[in-house]
Structures are given as C-alpha cells and as structure tokens.
Design a protein around this ligand. Structure first.
Ligand code: HEC
Length: 130
C-alpha cells in the first residue's frame, strides 16, 4: 500500500508504458507491503505510544504498569497481545480479522518488541510533576 514514492512519477510514464513503470516501482522499493511498524502507527500508536495524551498508556500507567507504553515492555507475550487485540480489553476496542490479520498482529508484535523506548521517556526519575 505504500505507493507514494512512485505515485508522482506514474503520470509521466502512464502513456509510455504502464507495465514498465510498475515493474520499476516494485523492484525499486523491494517488498513494500504494509509492515508491522506501519500498522502499529496506524492502529495502536494513538493509544499506546509512550507519553501523555495516549489513552492506553495513561490508563496502564494509572494501573501501575512499570512500563505503561507497549514499546519498552519486557513482559508482553504474543498470545496475550493477540487475544487483547482480537477481543479488546475494557476500554480497548477489538480488531476483527478483516481489520488486522493474524499475520499482521504478529508483525505488530514483532515491531513492538524490537523497539526501544527513547532515552528521555525511559527515566521515571524525571517525573517531577508528581
Ligand atoms: C482506542 C485506544 C486503543 C487502541 C486503538 C489500542 N489500544 Fe490497546 N489498550 C487500550 C487501553 C485503554 C488498554 C488498557 C485496558 C485496561 O486495562 O483497562 C489497552 C490495553 C492493551 C494491552 C494489554 C496491556 C496489559 O498490560 O494488559 C495490549 C497488549 C494492547 N492494548 C495492545 C494493543 C495493540 C497491539 C493495538 C493495535 C493493534 C492496540 N492495543 C490498540 C487502548 C487502545
């Protein structure tokens, strides 16, 4: 779905050779399927990114989670995350398989566990507001 890099050039090439342009596009970009990072940004980040203003993060912080964002957690297990995403959890809406496939949830999970919290957010000592 990430076509933007080629979209602009497409008009010029269209009359000449649509197929050649398409081939150039896909080979230049490699496999540009929507990946875990993109889906995380689209479906989860708004509620779960680190910092204030993210509903999920704030609620988990209120409940006393040591790391309230999904990113930076060491205790997240795929089966648990998968079932929360499919069934929802209290305030969190469930995602149907037509919205996110199992494979996409797995990619999101892989993306989350591969990320590190930005250093500034990882220091609870900065919580002066309390
Ligand atoms: C509309 C906001 C919202 C969106 C979008 C959302 N979540 Fe959540 N999520 C929440 C809230 C709020 C909670 C806390 C629920 C509770 O415990 O009451 C939560 C909880 C969770 C938990 C459980 C955390 C724990 O410690 O038990 C996981 C895992 C999770 N979300 C993963 C995801 C993933 C992955 C996505 C994207 C596919 C996502 N969420 C999208 C709001 C959201």
């Amino acid at each position: 779905m990430r076509r933007h890099a080629c979209g602009g050039k497409m008009n010029k090439f269209l009359a000449l050779s649509l197929f050649a342009a398409l081939a150039a596009c896909s080979s230049a970009q490699g496999e540009s399927v929507v990946d875990g990072a993109e889906n995380y940004e689209r479906y989860c980040a708004g509620c779960h990114n680190p910092g204030p203003g993210h509903g999920g993060t704030m609620l988990l912080a209120e409940k006393g989670a040591p790391v309230p964002s999904l990113i930076g957690r060491k205790d997240l297990d795929y089966d648990y995350l998968h079932s929360v995403v499919r069934q929802g959890l209290i305030e969190m809406p469930p995602f149907r398989p037509t919205e996110l496939s199992d494979a996409e949830i797995k990619q999101i999970y892989d993306h989350i566990v591969a990320q590190k919290l930005p250093p500034t957010k990882a220091e609870p000592a900065k919580n002066k507001a309390l």
